[in-house]
Design a protein around this ligand. Sequence first.
Ligand code: ADP
Ligand code: MG
Length: 266
Amino acid sequence: MSRASITVENVSKHYETDSGVQHALSGVDLSIEDGEFVSIVGPSGCGKTTLLRLIAGLESPTSGRILVNGEMVTGPGPDRGLVFQAATLYPWRTVAENVRFALEVDDTSSAAADRRVQTLLQMVGLTDRAAAYPDELSGGMAKRVGIARALAPDPEILLLDEPFSDLDVATRESLQADLLSLWRDLGKTVVLVTHTVGEAVRLSDRVLVIQGQPGQVGTDLDVDIDRPRDPQTDSFKPYVNAIRRTIRADARTDQPTTQPVHTDHP
Ligand code: ADP
Ligand code: MG
């Protein structure tokens, strides 16, 4: 039996808009194993968010199919937790209440729910901010609440869409390290969309580059470096350079109207 946790089979996605059909993805095939940490990179507009939303079940493919643990995805489910770039916390709920709300339990006053919220806040290092409101949090803290909330139903798969892109370098690095520990400790399957190539190489087992317009998986690269990984080492840079070259080569073949490629430093 395959250990594939996520299988995307020949998936294409078009959007009907007022100005015509927008082709986001074309013939995407990929397979992600149970417990793998996979990053998805590629130029803006290549379909990364679309791919993640399809796996999440927030959109359906125009053609092809997506399986999670062998079951066809027909909508969102508690087996997949989502973290978006914008934290979208309820401003009138405390940190603990925001996380508790995501438990989706009928009896939200139960002691078991309380304990679960405490455990989740501990996992993301926010125990002492449980009673704070979102407008009292730093960007990094809000992001941690978003991660705790995504982990609340104990999903097997964590899907993250550029979760750290609006944070300063120090906060971003500390959250990257925390995400890595959570992945290792909890044994989740992680799919991280990022436009920072260094982040993908630092964290993942495998990096998928979405290429072309509409996008498909162009490059599939195993990152064979021991963790923790140091971007300053000789083994690290060749990966970053190889991925950047692929993205740049792809961007050169794009239409002139395409947005610039992000090539942030690691
Ligand atoms: P990325 O996340 O890689 O920047 P997206 O998945 O957001 O790319 O978008 C891929 C393409 O699909 C883009 O051309 C975008 O304009 C288009 N697209 C995405 N979502 C929609 C939508 N809801 N309606 C119409 N077009 C969309
Ligand atoms: Mg996107």
